[in-house]
Design a protein around this ligand. Sequence first.
Ligand SMILES: [Zn+2]
Length: 640
Amino acid sequence: MKRLWLAGVAFVISGGSSLCAPRADAETIDPTFDYHSYANVDQFRVRHLELDLRVDLKDKTIAGVVALELQRLDPQATQLVLDTKDLMILGVSQKATDVLGATANAHAIWVSRPFHLQKPDPILGSALVIELTPSKKGTDVIRIDYETLPASAALQWLTPKQTARHKAFLYTQSEPIGARTWIPLQDTPQVRATYKAKVHTDWDVRAVMSAENDPKARRGGDYTFVMPQPVPSYLIALAVGDLEFQETGPRTGVYAEKSMLKAAAKEFADTESMIQANEKTFGPYRWSRYDVLVMPPSFPVGGMENPRLSFITPTIIAGDKSLVSVIAHELAHSWAGNLVGNATWRDLWLNEGFTDYMESRIMTAVYGEQRASMEAVLGLNSLRADLAKLKPADQILAIDLRGRDPDEVFSEVPYEKGRLFLNYLDVKFGRERFDAFLRGYFDHFAFKSITTEQFLAYLQENLLDRFPGIVTRDQVNAWVFDSGLPADAVLPVTTMFQPVDEARAGWLAGKLPPKKFGMDWIAQQWLYFLNNMPATLLPAQLADLDKAFAFSKTPNAEIAHSWFKLVIANNYQPGFPRLEEYLNTVGRRKLIAPLYEALLNTAAGAQVAKRVFAEARLGYHPETIKAIEAIVDPQERTSE
Ligand SMILES: [Zn+2]
């Protein structure tokens, strides 16, 4: 088998002399090196951050002060290199007690330090280089005064018109490398730090963070947060808006704008059962509370596992809990990712594959085997669709992202292929042994970030070697380092789609009227029904379906998405008004980008796409706008 990866190859960072595009030219990957950060983590490591953030919703800026408490690994180091992107650095200073070597005192004196920003890289931003003197002291405290710019990619500022309650809203989306656009820091998942934050904003809005939130905190413009567990930078998150809180259990609750609060609390009522299901198998939930923040419709992803407070798209509120697997997923990240996480973005599958596997286990425990099996098969189908489009090198779990935007790792491969790998180990070794292994893994690496190679070494010792003769290292390597799916993969199956296939075939043949099927189907079956329609349908057939099942009025955003794909593919005009409304009210990239792509297949559709996008973009996230622009206006993009 062909391997590009050589474990243990040592590279030495060159003291900051060639900081742009860090080491992208080396021939072999160093698995321990984060190619998407400038930070000199072998000389300094941030252990704690103190943030003071002034959030101006009108001017759309954050004026920030961050104090980084650093562990100094190299007494001779004279430069601290941090990640920034689109930040204005106003000043850098060092706590004087460290400079003078005197004992700490309560009233610290700050001494300014020379610094400069390196030439920006379009993906990675600018390295912030701070000059320091050598020191034998093991710690340094560096303070940076800064301001964000409108271009800060992790920040989305919504005008009052773009929210449900007509008050401005701000939220952050830091994964993978957005944290550096609102905080200068070591923006690499290798580094974990605790944090405290003070947030100042308008008196009539509420701020929440991926930290201890007090649901009873009174509004008034000033908020304080503590995150006592060490987290990587991509899990630092903030939202400010007209948020209300409703409890859903002893340690769970929902934050949302008032108009969505009740529906959200009802939809997510099973969150405590989900936590308990996971705790039973994988060990305690270690983050105290688990709350959910329902985002404005522009939120570009399904959910973001910000610790203690998952950010969740409103598109999963369907009224019947049919899409709450997203909650199971984000919750599972409290173990996979947030507790034991990827060291670099090449290792993302350690977060997402484990999480998808655990999501499936939660869904089975809370909603039963049948529903979980359907979701697993739907997941496999979207993996197959992705594999058909991806080049072989990008079908690999431990993907090579050197010189690329780490956003490109987010295909179905780390998720669904990762899940299938764990599923394979589960089946081969048996549930009891595999559960014990996973529980031990979470304990062993708790609050650490690890590489693919560290996981493989742990797997070798604690599963492969402990129960020899079941799975070989070559079989494991095929999963992690080869493209496609191994021939002996254990694929999910379900009996629940068989009646759906039969009904679809009968209806297509004109032998089965819509009244005769679907009465007891659940959302996953409807998705499967629509997703597997032939490419061409007659207008009368679509009218027949819509009349019987009211797809164009469905409150389920996923089913609507599948329906609109048929509407577009067949240019079914009666479906277009609702389609336009959908594109104007949903901002989740996964749901809208494929619809724009489909529209672009015909000249008439392209007209519609351009017209709708011109209006709808006001409600989209900047990253979503970029993605859709590339679809509707590809020339514009190449001329950039
Ligand atoms: Zn995830």
